[in-house]
Design a protein around this ligand. Structure first.
Ligand code: NI
Length: 146
């Protein structure tokens, strides 16, 4: 599938990559968080990728699986994970037809079953990435990396 929507998503993604390329390999940057209740820089980036992985399970007709950032992963590991997840999602989207957007998928989470349109999952992932990229931009400013 190809559309203005995905071209737009591509631009958001370029901004996300521009931001993460500026994060130094020193853990003091990717382990930093604005306060105790919030994610660290590394967790924030990992979360974007992990949401894509989780929802891809649903798109494939399986139950979602959500992963938290492993403690030992470095910023380069997180970047590789994000790039991999993006590549896999983009391949999925490329092969998706307009007609499939209206299809519903079913999944079970916490003992309840949900039905959701494929288009709704895609919009969610787009919105989710925009939302957390915005937060990351704020982190970058607070870290004086931008
Ligand atoms: Ni989120």
């Amino acid at each position: 599938m190809n559309s203005d929507f995905f071209d737009n998503w591509e631009k958001i993604r370029d901004n996300l990559y521009l931001a993460i390329e500026k994060i130094p390999t020193d853990p003091m940057y990717y382990d930093w968080k604005p306060n105790d209740e919030m994610r660290t820089t590394g967790e924030l980036i990992y979360h974007i990728a992990s949401a894509e992985e989780g929802w891809l399970y649903v798109l494939m007709g399986k139950d979602p699986q959500w992963h938290e950032k492993p403690d030992t992963i470095t910023i380069n590991g997180i970047k590789d994970y994000l790039k991999l997840r993006h590549q896999i999602l983009e391949e999925y989207l490329y092969n998706l037809s307009e007609e499939q957007l209206d299809h519903e998928v079913e999944y079970t989470e916490d003992d309840s079953t949900h039905k959701i349109k494929i288009s709704a999952i895609i919009f969610h992932l787009f919105h989710h990435e925009v939302h957390h990229t915005g937060a990351l931009t704020t982190y970058m400013r607070m870290l004086h990396l931008e």
